[in-house]
Write a protein that binds this ligand. Structure first.
Ligand code: ADP
Ligand code: ZN
Length: 529
């Protein structure tokens, strides 16, 4: 009689986690993701950087018979991962263009003879149409396919790599092998695109919260930026951090200025040779260099837990990139800062790059993403709320740890105003947008207004607030998940279950008011000698 497959009970998986990786607990949704992969399901995992994506395929890989095929775009990262696995006694290897022919042959042999549990492959090594490659795959008996940095397959993502498109062949050739696609950055459109392009079958989506409560977000006007940065670093004399700048030349310039001020800093960009880059990365990792000034080439795959600040000297091209970069701060969970210096001039510069992209469709996407980046920088509200909404999460209008929330704010009980607006939504039949509702509340005499609405109890009860303030309130209620806004141009507002709780008086709404934003910012501007 055949032996029955092992039962992957929670207890068994905990023991396996401790045995192979030395961890006592699963984080977030790791356990549930792993159970689905072990059950042969396709899954799409969206988890922030540092969240612990690797375990989600590495643990199933060691438990399942056969070899897990891991597609990963970054050669340096691949090597780190394989080294770490080997250090844990797990048989893993990689295939990429950095190896000699002999080395590659040896890996192929090891995979064929069942000596490996994980095989990392660079996407360009997967041929679009190559019988020999699939013969090889069948020989190694893949336990699962893991596609790391899966957003690279989507032109909606911020880092589209055409070679990823070929990965669709994996599912096509071997539909029975479960596929796990992982990424740290994908808005809703990108999520859908990933699933479609990889032809995931009925994939389960695991969306971890993107919130990083220990990171404090600040956006400052780009004025006397170097003076500000130098003072900041001096005030945090024991901390290390990363400064991102747009051009290679400016990383060198900024690093030099910091050194001139006695700060232990080095630059890093893709124009440097591989050896100097890894020397600098390692020195940073060992705390021998305190500040790295880098282009966005720096960071993928660095696993330094005590990065205390990430500074954007220049505006990022899009929110995904910005968020991924800020996410390199505070992986140890301790308080960290993300500071961005904003000027509309940077947007103008970046727009030129975007417009000049070859593919017109790509150019349009880049322009749209840049627009949202600008909206974020100019957002009159909680930064964190904006970011969370960008990634499709509802979040209250006050986080208490971004520059907006930290500027002398006043908390106000807004329950009554919220009830007025919610009641206007309900009484007009959940068929109108914020503009119309504000008119109802303010008792507008406009002829365009439905006559029946002039007879409502809510008609004219909200004259104490200006139209703008009602629009702002609608935004707060939508952001907080009390109202839902239709995706179309009408922006129709509908009440949610949480909204009903407020309307029925079962919950209260506290809002944070900051009326004279501009003036306060000017007052709080630090001065430098
Ligand atoms: P990601 O790929 O999502 O950026 P990693 O898989 O590299 O994240 O994990 C980030 C860090 O968290 C690594 O140092 C990893 O060893 C650690 N880690 C992952 N899962 C756990 C866990 N369950 N318990 C403790 N540490 C974990
Ligand atoms: Zn906030």
């Amino acid at each position: 009689m055949a032996t029955s497959p092992p039962a992957y009970t929670t207890e068994y998986l905990h023991r396996a986690l401790a045995h192979f990786f030395g961890y006592n607990e699963f984080r977030h949704s790791q356990l549930s993701i792993i159970q689905n992969v072990l059950a042969g399901e396709d899954v799409l995992v969206i988890m922030p950087t540092g969240g612990g994506k690797s375990i989600c395929y590495q643990l199933p890989a060691v438990l399942l018979p056969g070899v897990a095929i891991v597609v990963s775009p970054l050669i340096a990262l691949m090597k780190d991962q394989v080294d770490a696995l080997r250090a844990n006694g797990i048989r893993a290897a990689y295939l990429n263009s950095s190896q000699t022919q002999e080395e590659q042959q040896e890996v192929v042999r090891a995979a064929r003879s069942g000596e490996l549990k994980l095989l990392y492959i660079a996407p360009e090594r997967i041929p679009a149409n190559n019988a020999a490659f699939f013969t090889f795959l069948r020989q190694v008996n893949p336990s699962l396919f893991a596609v790391d940095e899966a957003h690279c397959i989507s032109s909606w993502g911020h880092d589209f790599r055409p070679e990823y498109l070929k990965l669709a062949i994996l599912k096509k050739e071997m539909p029975g092998v479960p596929m796990i696609a992982l990424t740290a950055s994908a808005d809703k459109v990108t999520q859908k695109d990933i699933a479609e392009r990889l032809t995931l079958q009925d994939p389960k989506l695991f969306l971890s919260s993107f919130n990083r409560p220990n990171i404090h977000y600040h956006i400052l006007p780009k004025k006397n930026t170097m003076g500000h940065i130098i003072e900041y670093i001096r005030r945090h004399r024991d901390d290390s951090g990363i400064i991102y700048a747009l051009s290679r030349a400016s990383t060198e310039e900024i690093a030099k200025k910091l050194r001139d001020h006695g700060i232990n800093a080095a630059h890093y960009h893709a124009g440097m040779d591989a050896a100097s880059r890894s020397t600098i990365q390692e020195a940073f990792q060992r705390d021998e260099i305190r500040v790295i000034v880098a282009t966005i080439a720096f960071g993928m795959g660095i696993d330094k837990s005590n990065v205390r600040f990430v500074i954007h000297h220049d505006v990022s091209k899009n929110i995904e990139g910005y968020y991924q970069e800020t996410g390199r701060a505070g992986r140890d969970g301790l308080r960290s800062d993300a500071i961005l210096y904003y000027t509309v001039g940077d947007i103008v510069k970046l727009r030129k790059f975007a417009i000049n992209e070859e593919d017109p469709q790509q150019a349009a996407i880049s322009k749209r993403k840049l627009q949202l980046m600008q909206d974020y920088c100019e957002h009159e509200g909680c930064r964190r709320q904006y970011l969370m909404q960008y990634f499709g999460e509802a979040f209250p209008a006050y986080c208490g740890s971004c520059d907006y929330c930290l500027t002398s704010l006043e908390e106000k009980d807004a329950t009554e105003d919220a009830q007025m607006l919610l009641s206007a939504v309900v009484r007009t039949g959940e068929r109108y947008g914020a503009y119309y509702l504000a008119d109802v509340l303010r008792g507008s005499a406009s002829e365009k207004m439905n006559q029946a609405h002039k007879e409502l109890k809510t008609y004219g009860i909200g004259k104490h607030l200006k139209k703008d303030e009602w629009l702002w309130m609608a935004k707060q209620l939508t952001g907080g998940g009390y109202l839902q806004k239709s995706d179309d141009a009408f922006g129709i507002l509908r009440i949610t279950d949480n909204g009903w709780k407020i309307l029925r008086g079962e919950a209260q709404l506290k809002l944070v008011i900051r009326k004279e934003v501009q003036e306060q910012q000017a007052d709080n501007e630090p001065t430098y000698e």
